[in-house]
Design a protein around this ligand. Structure first.
Ligand code: FAD
Length: 397
């Protein structure tokens, strides 16, 4: 009889898990509270090791033509321009994909769903909200609201990949430790061709400024500009046309008004769940850890969780390894979420917003020195592209 795994959430983490497990012979049921896959503009960066992990499924080859290859990333100063540029080609030999792929995360979930739809052992239930979870030594029971009906389901394991507000985490009473930043982040998407107006711009640009830092990221059809907002500004004030226009004009003055395609304002948190495993239930992705988007580590780290966890489930079920190896998932991935993902994204924010001019000058000097030394630059890129995090995870028994 096939082992049956429930997955709560059809985001990138839930669907990567579903694909990995179903290809290893598991029966998988995915519960998704929405009526369809999410198409919000969220993550837009795939780091090299994530592309390495997705390659065996044919997903990397499919994603590359749907995105932009970003060989260079830049640290800039809003007044002075480029401070340091990093060439990801230095990572050749450490990864098959020495670049960041700028591509919207919804393209990944759509591609995975196409593959899952071909597999009779996979069922994706839409309008299916997991509400609570109980378990005994042999199985997990999920109470879900499916198309308006309360239903009960049983399986061998459950992966809670149901995002930041995870019902699985809440049902297990697992604390989500950390904090929420007082300011919200605003992402404006525009078709304006910044590359023709800001000299030497790359596809990934972190622009520090003591008054208003920003990030400029290119995806195939748009530029996405991320700004912090002031805690005292209301949502309406931030999102109104005049204020969006004023932020864009302040970044780069234009005679004609900007055309913004999307505006998203969201709260930003640095939180890690106290446990990633409780009996036969696991948390992965945003349900286990959330962080600011500076460095693009949320979705990427979540996919790394999914692969790590599913590899272990496959070893336990298909190779009869002792179930105690599942505890290592928590030791490895929770450590990475705390020491690496949360620590680095928090540091990236501090670096961008630094007010102290002496500290700013010193960190810019350091960045310049790193970028001009290929050995130091490679070390820096291994850290920012999450290769080091995976090596560190492997070292944890
Ligand atoms: C504006 C923005 C920009 C970002 N940029 C980046 C970036 O460049 N790089 C990066 O790596 N990360 C980025 N992130 C973070 C990234 O989007 C998330 O880390 C990623 O979506 C996490 O994937 P997930 O599958 O864990 O959760 P989600 O994508 O949140 O998916 C969870 C799914 O679960 C469903 N669900 C929720 N509750 C239930 C329930 N009770 N029952 C059933 N289903 C449920 C939801 O509908 C959703 O489909 C960004 C986030 C935002 C908001």
């Amino acid at each position: 009889m096939k082992y049956h795994v429930f997955i709560s959430g059809a985001g990138p983490v839930g669907l990567v898990s579903a694909l990995k497990l179903s290809q290893a012979g598991f029966k998988v049921t995915v519960f998704e509270s929405s009526g369809e896959l999410n198409r919000d503009l969220r993550a837009s960066t795939f780091h090299p090791p994530t592309l390495d992990m997705l390659a065996p499924f044919g997903l990397t080859d499919d994603l590359i033509p749907m995105g932009l290859i970003a060989r260079y990333t830049q640290q800039r100063d809003r007044q002075e321009g480029v401070i340091a540029e990093f060439d990801m080609a230095l990572l050749k030999g450490d990864t098959d994909y020495p670049f960041r792929l700028q591509c919207e995360q919804w393209k990944l979930t759509q591609l995975i769903k196409k593959q899952l739809d071909q597999n009779p052992d996979v069922q994706i239930l839409f309008n299916a909200k997991v509400e609570s979870v109980t378990q005994n030594a042999d199985r997990v029971t999920v109470d879900a609201l499916v198309a308006g009906d309360q239903q009960q389901y049983h399986a061998d394991y459950l992966i809670g990949a149901d995002g930041a507000w995870s019902s699985v985490r809440a049902s297990l009473g697992i604390e989500f430790e950390g904090f929420t930043y007082p300011e919200r982040f605003l992402v404006i998407s525009t078709t304006f061709p910044y590359e023709n107006h800001l000299p030497h711009l790359s596809y990934v640009n972190y622009c520090s400024d003591p008054v208003e830092w920003c990030v400029l990221l290119k995806v195939p059809s748009l530029w996405r500009v991320l700004f912090p907002t002031k805690p005292e500004e209301s949502d309406e004030e931030v999102l109104q046309d005049e204020s969006v226009e004023s932020r864009l004009q302040h970044l780069l003055h234009q005679e004609i008004p900007y055309k913004s395609e999307h505006r998203t304002l969201y709260k930003v948190h640095q939180r890690v769940a106290k446990q990633f495993k409780s009996g036969r239930v696991f948390l992965a992705g945003d349900s286990a850890h959330i962080n600011n988007p500076l460095g693009g580590m949320g979705m990427n780290g979540g996919v790394h969780d999914a692969i790590n966890l599913c590899d272990k489930l496959i070893e336990v079920v298909n190779l009869q390894k002792d179930a105690s190896i599942l505890e290592r998932y928590e030791r490895q991935r929770r450590t990475i979420a705390i020491e690496y993902i949360n620590a680095n994204t928090a540091r990236n924010k501090k670096l961008l917003e630094e007010h102290d001019l002496t500290v700013r000058a010193k960190s810019q000097q350091e960045l310049k020195a790193i970028a001009s030394n290929p050995i130091a630059a490679k070390e820096y890129l291994r850290k920012t592209s999450m290769l080091d995090a995976l090596e560190r995870a492997e070292s944890i028994e």
